[in-house]
Design a protein around this ligand. Structure first.
Ligand code: SAM
Length: 255
């Protein structure tokens, strides 16, 4: 359990509903891993939808790709953005500097229900855990709407919780079961982030036809010359190479 000494060392952090969402100390890990893997599989992504992500870190990382033409962001809580602009300027830098960013305050669940088919090449679900306002973002209905509004080469990156503590394992299994029902390709990758429970957390990589390893484009991504603090192509391959106990957890989820 993090104590006050640890908190002081984390510099600035954000807590929502009693849960630490992000800290300045290790946010680079989370925001690298939610943003770059999909861009290394499909460097031609033009339209991106961010759901949640109020601290701004995901918008900041995705804004680094000059080939992207549109970044729509749907955050349910305007106060999160306002507070992060004031206290987390290193994360929220894109809000005032990125002309491609269209920020709206709305429930992501409703937004995807009303969005047109095939509108996005990439959806990044940077949400809270599956409780409260975030709960709806872990439903079959939400994943089906995401499938409908993604283009043919579309990719969805979503929260896949943790594989160490029982409560997180149950949420991981529930999320994976629902996403496997909706997407032909539903993979999981992990990353080391000390702030989150057990220090190791997971994202889901779901798509209609692109595989995160077989369709990886290392040369194209490296030619972009993005300097990243956590992500690189070797780590990408390793992140999808899961430990056996995690493979067993995911395999236990019947489609
Ligand atoms: N990295 C953090 C984590 O893993 O817990 C998440 C960061 S971000 C702060 C989560 C954001 O999702 C919050 O700003 C929250 O307001 C937003 N959010 C939660 N439910 C939402 C919904 N249904 N629609 C849009 N945004 C939502």
């Amino acid at each position: 359990m993090l104590n006050s000494l640890h908190f002081r060392k984390l510099t600035c952090f954000e807590i929502l509903d009693g849960y630490v969402q992000v800290t300045e100390k290790d946010e680079f890990v989370y925001h690298d891993m939610i943003s770059h893997p999909a861009m290394a599989v499909n460097p031609n992504i033009k339209s991106v939808l961010i759901i949640g992500g109020g601290d701004g870190g995901t918008a900041r990382e995705i804004s680094r790709y000059s080939g992207i033409e549109k970044i729509d962001m749907v955050e349910i809580d305007e106060a999160v953005v306002r507070v992060c602009k004031k206290y987390l300027p290193t994360l929220s830098s894109a809000y005032d500097s990125e002309p491609r960013l269209n920020l709206r305050f709305q429930d992501g669940l409703k937004f995807v229900k009303d969005a047109p088919a095939g509108a996005y090449d990439l959806i990044l679900v940077d949400s809270t855990d599956p409780a409260g306002p975030g709960e709806g973002l872990f439903t079959v209905g939400f994943y089906q709407d995401c499938f409908r509004i993604l283009s043919e080469n579309g990719i969805l990156i979503n929260q896949h919780e943790g594989a160490f503590y029982d409560g997180d394992i149950e949420e991981m299994k529930k999320a994976h079961a629902k996403i496997k029902k909706t997407f032909p390709i539903a993979k999981v990758y992990g990353f080391n982030i000390p702030t989150y429970a057990s220090g190791y957390w997971y994202f889901g990589f779901a798509s209609k036809k692109l595989d995160p390893i077989a369709d990886l484009k290392p040369e194209q991504w490296e030619k972009l010359g993005l300097k990243t603090k956590y992500y690189n192509i070797d780590l990408h391959k390793g992140a999808f190479a899961l430990p056996n106990y995690v493979k067993e957890i995911l395999a236990s989820v019947e489609a």
